[in-house]
Structures are given as structure tokens and as C-alpha cells.
Design a protein around this ligand. Structure first.
Ligand code: HEM
Length: 510
């Protein structure tokens, strides 16, 4: 018996040594490959994490400083994790084009408690099947119905702006955020949140707080381990917010399900032939998810909640930022703003009628303005992946397991792709100029298999809100746009909002 025990013990020892050796050898290879790339000197264990321990409003400067110093392809160590930063379109293409590299970097794990494995954060077979299921819910006929919601909420916004008192300077950011929240609550969940009327609603507050707390955690390496985070006041507040958010979404899902069962929603009155693209009705994404789910491709209630929460997160902060940056840029370039008026006047000819999908399709110049604003200020300034296999990027072989940070902000300011990249020039999106650029030189919605599923929705929403404002007001920027401090967080924002002055245009609809 003793000899058997001895043999088992010896075998275990050999296996452990072999495991440690092979793991150690793998790690040594990984570290040596990563350290061939240029990058700042790193401390053992903590790597370059200390660089991030600066006031929040200095982080952007730190990140940009690294790119200026080490160029468009460099590595940093986030503790034991290696991250390669890239900003050349040909390097970006290598990562985004490859269907193997669909896993998100570790930073997305901070969103998991809220979004679970929804489209943004999930991966593997589940992501594939959900992406396939959800793609038809962004069909143009459904977007056509959502345009009605965009118009309704934009009308409320214009009234709010009017009652804010013309002529004085104010921060327009919260007005736009509340409007975008009203839009996403109604289109994602079928709920009239009225954030524009009463911005103190518990759910709305929890949405703000959760985004803020997620960012604070990501920026403090010592709060990354869950056990430590949970012990802090921030962690405790985070749990309370999650309970509000999940509680609300769960309640809405249950209500919609039972209404469907009782046959009292518009959805259940549609015939099987109608399908999700059937009669022109106001369905929310949630109804569409319940419908596809009932049609055989089962999604559990938790999975549905994860997708609805993902829309809530991805679908309002991004568009608010896009609209606000566009207003700032238009307010700083009166000549370009005048060209937008000319286009709007040509479409509406002074009439007070509501905006339609057809009108939005005619707003070609405004579309170029929005695209150019998203170039200079992409709402999502960075995205991250984990390489699934050793990958040649530029002159370097980057090992599997390495994180890649795609610096969208810097991709968009490449002087080889954009003459005078720091200037605001909507003509950058004239078809002949677009044709001359690298296909990965403009990626505000990412690209490849994991691109933004909501990009058409986003552009239509931005056009509706902006044209509603610009039909009524002239926008004047109060501060010099080039001097604003940027917060390079989950979303790219100006630190102190967007201060503007509005003056009424000579048109009766307002
Ligand atoms: C100006 C507005 C928007 C911008 C700039 C934007 C940008 C992006 C980017 C860059 C990604 C890739 C993220 C990554 O790889 O980590 C993404 C993904 C995504 N976006 Fe958007 N987005 C916008 C609006 C929206 C809207 C309105 C919705 C929904 C209604 C939405 C839903 C999503 C979803 C679900 C994903 C994950 C897709 C997947 O991985 O399959 N986005 N978005």
C-alpha cells in the first residue's frame, strides 16, 4: 500500500513539475515576445499600472503622451496582462477583420455584473447565435417605426430648450442625454421613462451611477479584484444600483410576457404571418426578442434581460455624445451650420410638418457633418480584444493571449489618411474622398464581425435630434472647442459639458 502511495505521490510531483515548467516556458515566451515591442519601462508585477493613478482629467493626456512617445504600435503592462496599442488602419484591419479575434479584453469584465453575456460583452457560440437572432430586429422597417419615437422625443427636447430661456449660456449635455434616454427606454423596452420631464427617476439615476462606478473601478487597479471592490463604498453602491437596474428590467420583461400571454399587447394581436416585420406597429426591441424567442430560438429571461440592458447601455450614452460633439462643432463653424440650414430649408421649405424617414434620407450634408464629428470625437474612443492566436501586426509577432487596444481616436487623426486631420471638414465624407482612404481609416462603429449592430439606429437618431434643434435654433459655441479637456473613458466626453447659446431661427414650428 505504502509503495502505491509513494508511486502516486511521485507521479503527481512529476506532473506538477512538468506543468510548472511548461507554463513557465510559455510565460517566458509570451513575455519575451511582448517585450520586443516598444513601450515604457515596466515594474515587476504591477507593470505600468501606476501611470494610471492620476486625476481623472489627466488620463487622456497620459494615454496620448504614450502614443506620441512610442508611436502607433507599442505595448504596456497592465499588471501581469500585456496590452498592445494600435492606431494604423492596416494594423487595425489585421485584428478586426479576423473572425478568430472576437473575444473582448479583460476591461469588459467590469461590465459583466450589469450586462452579463449580452452582445457587447459575450463571446463564442452564444454571441454568434444571439447576433444572428438580433440582427433582424434592426431591419429598416423596424427603424422606420422607431423614427416616430425619435421625432416625439425630439419635439419634447425642443420645447425644453425653448423654455430654458433663449440667449443665455448653458450646458446642453444633460438635455441631450435625457432625450436619448427617453428614446432608448421606449425603443428598447417600450417604456415611457419621461427622463426629460423628471430626471430624478431611480432607474435613470442608477444608469448614470453604474457607468460612473464602472469607470472608477477600471481606473483603480486595486479595485479590480471583486473581493476588494465589494468591500468599498463604491462597490456597495454598485450592488445597490445593479439591483435597481436588474429589478426594473426583470419587471418590464415579466409584464410584457404576461401581456403577450393575455393577448393584450399589439404584438400578440399580430398574426403569425406578420412575423416581426409584419404590420406597422410600435414594437420595442424587447417585444421582438420575446417574439423570436417564442418562435423556437429560445432565449431565457436572463439572456433577454442581458440584451435589453446592453441596448440601454450602448444605445444612449454613445448617441448623446455624438449629438453633443456635433452641436459644439457646428456652433464653432457658422459657415458649415449655414450649409446645414440650407439643406433643411430645401427639404422642409419652411413647413412645420414632422420629420419622416424620407426626410432623414435626404439629409446628406447633415450626415457628413455627423460622420466628421464622429471622426474627431468618436463616442467610443478605444475598443479591446484578446488575440486568440499569435498574430503578425506590422513588424512584430504578437503572442496569443495578448490584449489589443484599438485606439479609434488616433486612427481617425492619421495625417496620411486625412489632410489637416485636426480640422473639422465634413467634405472628408464626400464619396470621392472616402473612396481614396484605407477601409479601416474610419471605424467609429468598429468593423468586422463585431461591429456596432446599432449604427443605422444611431445615425437616424442623431439626424432626427439634430435637425429638430437646427430647424428652430442657431447654435453658438461658448468655449473654444480646441481647448476642452477630454475624458477618455468608456465614452469620450468633455469634462465640463458643452456650453452653448441658442438663438431662435425665423421659423414658426418652434
Ligand atoms: C453614435 C452611436 C454609437 C457608436 C459610436 C457606437 C459604437 C460602437 C462600437 C465602437 C462598438 C464595438 C464595441 C467593441 O468592440 O467593444 C459597438 C458595439 C455595439 N453597439 Fe454600438 N455604437 C453606437 C450606438 C449604438 C446603439 C444606438 C445601439 C443599440 C440600440 C448599439 C448597440 C451596440 C451593440 C449591441 C454592440 C455589440 C455588438 C456585438 O459585439 O455584436 N450601439 N458600438
Amino acid at each position: 500500500m505504502e509503495s502505491v502511495m509513494l508511486l502516486i505521490g511521485a507521479a503527481l510531483l512529476v506532473v506538477s513539475v512538468l506543468f510548472l515548467f511548461s507554463h513557465g516556458a510559455k510565460r517566458a515566451r509570451f513575455v519575451s515576445m511582448v517585450n520586443k515591442l516598444p513601450g515604457p519601462p515596466a515594474y515587476p508585477i504591477i507593470g505600468n499600472s501606476l501611470d494610471m493613478v492620476v486625476p481623472r482629467n489627466r488620463l487622456f493626456e497620459v494615454f496620448q503622451g504614450r502614443t506620441q512617445r512610442y508611436g502607433p504600435l507599442f505595448r504596456v503592462w497592465a499588471g501581469p496582462f500585456a496590452q498592445v496599442n494600435i492606431s494604423r488602419p492596416e494594423h487595425v484591419e489585421v485584428v478586426l477583420h479576423d473572425t478568430k479575434h472576437i473575444d473582448k479584453s479583460i476591461y469588459y469584465s467590469f461590465l459583466h455584473p450589469w450586462l452579463g453575456e449580452g452582445l457587447l460583452t459575450g463571446t463564442g457560440a452564444k454571441w454568434h447565435s444571439h447576433r444572428k437572432l438580433i440582427t433582424p430586429t434592426f431591419h429598416f422597417r423596424i427603424l422606420d417605426i422607431f423614427v416616430e419615437v425619435f421625432v416625439e422625443k425630439s419635439d419634447i427636447l425642443v420645447k425644453k430648450l425653448l423654455s430654458n430661456g433663449g440667449g443665455k449660456d448653458f450646458d446642453i449635455y444633460p438635455f441631450i442625454t435625457h432625450c436619448a434616454l427617453d428614446i432608448i427606454c421606449e425603443t428598447a423596452m417600450g417604456i415611457q421613462m419621461n427622463a426629460q420631464e423628471e430626471s430624478h427617476c431611480e432607474y435613470v439615476k442608477a444608469i448614470y451611477e453604474v457607468s460612473e462606478l464602472t469607470m472608477q473601478r477600471a481606473m483603480r487597479p486595486w479595485l479590480h479584484p471583486k473581493v476588494f471592490f465589494d468591500m468599498t463604498t463604491l462597490g456597495k453602491r454598485y450592488v445597490q444600483c445593479l439591483s435597481v437596474l436588474h429589478g426594473f428590467t426583470n419587471k418590464v420583461i415579466q409584464e410584457r410576457k404576461s401581456l403577450r400571454l393575455n393577448g393584450t399587447t399589439e404584438t400578440t394581436t399580430s398574426t403569425a404571418d406578420d412575423g416581426i416585420l409584419g404590420k406597422k406597429k410600435r414594437l420595442a426591441f424587447l417585444d421582438l426578442l420575446l417574439e423570436v424567442s417564442e418562435n423556437g430560438a429560445k432565449m431565457s429571461d436572463v439572456e433577454i434581460r442581458e440584451e435589453v440592458d446592453t441596448f440601454m447601455f450602448e444605445g444612449h450614452d454613445t448617441t448623446s455624445a455624438g449629438i453633443c460633439w456635433t452641436l459644439l462643432l457646428l456652433g464653432s463653424h457658422p459657415d458649415i451650420q449655414n450649409t446645414v440650414y440650407e439643406e433643411l430649408d430645401h427639404i422642409f421649405k419652411g413647413s412645420e410638418r414632422s420629420i419622416t424617414m424620407r426626410d432623414l434620407n435626404e439629409m446628406k450634408y447633415l450626415e457628413r457633418v455627423i460622420k466628421e464629428a464622429l471622426r474627431l470625437y468618436p463616442s467610443v474612443p478605444n475598443i479591446g480584444r484578446i488575440l486568440k492566436k499569435d498574430t503578425k501586426i506590422g513588424d512584430y509577432l504578437v503572442p496569443a493571449g495578448c490584449m489589443v487596444n484599438l485606439q479609434i481616436f488616433n486612427v481617425h487623426r492619421n495625417p496620411d489618411q486625412y489632410p489637416n486631420p485636426e480640422n473639422f471638414d465634413p467634405d472628408n465624407f464626400l464619396p470621392e474622398r472616402v473612396a481614396k482612404r484605407h477601409p479601416y481609416a474610419y471605424i467609429p462603429f468598429s468593423a468586422g464581425p463585431r461591429n456596432c449592430i446599432g449604427q443605422k439606429f444611431a445615425l437616424l437618431e442623431e439626424k432626427t435630434v439634430l435637425s429638430s434643434i437646427l430647424r428652430c435654433f442657431k447654435v453658438h459655441a461658448v468655449e473654444n472647442w480646441r481647448n476642452l479637456t477630454l475624458l477618455n473613458e468608456l465614452i469620450l466626453r468633455p469634462e465640463s459639458g458643452i456650453r452653448v447659446r441658442l438663438s431662435p431661427r425665423a421659423i414658426t414650428i418652434c
